[in-house]
Design a protein around this ligand. Sequence first.
Ligand SMILES: C[S@@+](CC[C@H](N)C(=O)[O-])C[C@H]1O[C@@H](n2cnc3c(N)ncnc32)[C@H](O)[C@@H]1O
Length: 235
Amino acid sequence: MSNVIQEFSRFAHQYDRYNVIQAQVAKTLAERLPLGRYNTVLDIGCGSGEVFKNFQKKALLPKHFIALDSSKNMLDIHPEMKCITKVCADFNDKNFLDTLPLKHYDLLLSSSALQWSEDLDFTLEELSKLSNTFYAAIFTSGTFKTLHQVANINSPIYSAETLQKTISKYYSDVSFVLHHYTLAFDSVREMFQYIKKSGVSSGEKKLSYGQTKYLMENYPLEHLEFEVLFVEARN
Ligand SMILES: C[S@@+](CC[C@H](N)C(=O)[O-])C[C@H]1O[C@@H](n2cnc3c(N)ncnc32)[C@H](O)[C@@H]1O
């Protein structure tokens, strides 16, 4: 498994900062797709459409692009086109497959969303019924690693190892690559603001006043760390 490290500076424009990593992740995910014609595509946790925007640059427009998200507000800002169908559904719900307009897709995509699966086995098994080709990028517990170590808390999201093991149960041909990113900040206070707004991890919200103070005084880095597992899986 190769390790790629990409650094983002503290001077990135404020507006872009909150999704700078996710935007880069969606771009990399699209770049990894083999060229080809995909007639039916499903994007799980589509958000504001980073995946669709990058997909459009890389591949011919599909006949049907299904953009699924549990947040109506995010779906509202997803691009609209004749080929796009928006579906408001939660991949943790027992019946979420029933909400989909098609039962099978040429390609299943998901970027920066599946770390929120409450039951990884359930979500991945259900998703594997929908397509033989699955390309995903998933944040892992290596995200904010040093911060978690210093605060002595466990990451609320899955480790790369757990993700790989679970994905391997549902696909016969899998390959994984871990990418590491860093994002620089002027102060630990700014890092906390970022963590609150970025939607990447949520365990830090549970920190007590004392723990937060301790972290502010003892966090040894000038950046936050991110770890993302890129998945290519086929049946
Ligand atoms: C960090 S954003 C990533 C959005 C987009 N894929 C991108 O690459 O920019 C995560 C998205 O997953 C969605 N999401 C989180 N949990 C979900 C769930 N259980 N079911 C469906 N969507 C979910 C959120 O609403 C959000 O739009």
